[in-house]
Design a protein around this ligand. Structure first.
Ligand SMILES: [Zn+2]
Ligand SMILES: [Zn+2]
Length: 434
């Protein structure tokens, strides 16, 4: 086993999360971070530190850090704390010839986890920009990423694993964080704090995420030192928002973390225990398929696939693939009835409503579910991902940062922005009567 002196594990070791190796029951789990928009898997496969979700386990040895001393220097790049690659420090550049350096010392009580776009060693969870829609192998190219290479860090309390705090910015390979002259920063008394360029936004749900009765909360911004602020006027505006004292940077089950380009969902270990498992969800699909739903036109049996990557053996359209009429929810097979030439819309043969049609596919990532049933399925419009009623309704009500200034609701399974009102439809299957 290769464990580096900083306690971070090599990428090879992280394959311990593969299902082949059972987790030791004695391991303490803090929680999981799941990227919105991947239905439980990355198109090229979940490998090393690049995967669709990351489990935060208690480390064998603590690797957290805490503030120690701070001082003013003229040239931060030449100062001892910056040159010493074993010393964690944050440098706040105030002007061309003045910076405040805050040194950090090892903290035996916490474990640190870092998230960002960089594939350098200090990043535990590598996250790249999410492209909306179905992901088939070639994950779409993002011309210019808006995610910071060292975006944020989480410090979890070893003695109290339900407490994990998030902070903007992460330490680089030299264990430094640099806030340049242009970055937003401020001094209050002896303390200095700042924001990163595009910022790290947080949204704690109101009520408990798991159980299906929570409502989305207010988006706020977390600072480098973990303070909570209202949103800036625009994502990277110079002026910080106002301090929000009553909200903390402690992650709660269902907290969303927006990195500007990708959004992460935090699920606490406690919350996950109450959530449906993947087996349970696959079982729901199996039960639905066991009812042998039929296409009312072709009268053939339909089979709901678990993954959108599923295509028939010839790679072409599968006769068993169900489609949903997004305006009425009727589920049918592939047929040409009611399809006018040069039009994307179709007339539903059952109710004659006219609208778009989409392939149905199960939302199989369990972390996105806010409840376990009952097995009445709804589907998002326009992507056709199906989930429980409360899950679909919850996500349709969550406004998520999109681009640098807009907010919109989208499907958590594929990150496609929802269309129309309410952005989802209740599915109506024709059971096979025989
Ligand atoms: Zn219909
Ligand atoms: Zn979707």
């Amino acid at each position: 086993m290769v464990i580096r002196s900083d306690g971070a594990e090599s990428p090879v070791l992280e394959d311990k999360e593969s299902p082949i190796l059972p987790d030791k029951p004695s391991r303490v789990k803090y929680g999981e971070l799941v990227i919105l928009g991947y239905n439980g898997f990355l198109p090229p496969g979940d490998r090393g530190r690049k995967r669709s979700k990351y489990v935060l386990w208690k480390r064998p040895d603590p690797n957290g850090v805490k503030r120690s001393k701070h001082y003013v220097v003229k040239t931060p790049h030449n100062s001892q704390a910056i040159l010493d690659s074993q010393q964690h420090s944050i440098s706040y550049t105030l002007s061309r010839n003045q910076a405040i350096i805050v040194e950090y010392m090892p903290d035996e009580d916490t474990d640190m986890f870092q998230i960002g776009r960089s594939s350098e060693n200090p990043i535990d969870f590598v996250v790249v920009d999410t492209v909306a829609g179905e992901k088939n192998g070639d994950s779409g190219k993002v011309v210019q990423s808006t995610i910071s290479r060292f975006a944020c860090r989480i410090l979890a309390e070893r003695a109290n694993p339900s407490v994990a705090r998030i902070y903007a910015a992460g330490f680089d390979s030299s264990r430094n964080i640099f806030l340049g002259e242009k970055a937003t920063k401020w001094q209050e008394g002896r303390d200095i704090d700042g924001l990163t360029t595009n910022g790290i936004l947080l949204m704690h749900p109101q009520g408990s995420f798991c159980g299906g009765d929570s409502e989305p909360g207010v988006w706020r911004e977390v600072s480098v030192c973990g303070g909570i602020y209202s949103l800036r006027e625009s994502r990277s505006a110079q002026k910080k928002g106002r301090a929000v004292e009553e909200v903390t940077n402690v992650l709660q089950d269902g907290t969303l973390i927006d990195l500007c380009g990708a959004t992460l969902l935090w699920r606490s270990a406690e919350g996950l225990e109450k959530s449906p498992t993947k087996d349970y969800l696959e079982n729901l699909v199996d039960k639905l398929n066991a009812g042998r739903p039929v296409c009312p036109v072709g009268l053939n049996t339909l089979v709901i696939p678990r993954k959108s990557s599923y295509t028939g053996p010839d790679g072409g359209a599968d006769k068993q693939q169900p489609y949903v009429y997004l305006n009425c929810g009727h589920v049918q097979g592939s047929h040409d009835w009611g399809h006018e030439k040069n039009s994307h819309t179709r007339t539903c043969p059952l109710c004659t409503k006219v609208g778009p049609v989409q392939k149905l596919c199960m939302g199989i990532e369990p972390a996105f579910y806010v409840d376990a049933g009952p097995p009445i399925f709804f589907a998002f419009n326009p992507c056709g991902h199906m989930a429980t009623e409360k899950t679909v309704k919850y996500w349709a009500s969550v406004m998520i940062p999109h681009g640098t200034n807009a907010f919109e609701s989208f499907c958590p399974f594929c990150a496609t922005p929802l269309e129309g009102f309410p952005g989802y439809v209740r599915l109506i299957f024709q059971d096979n009567v025989d």
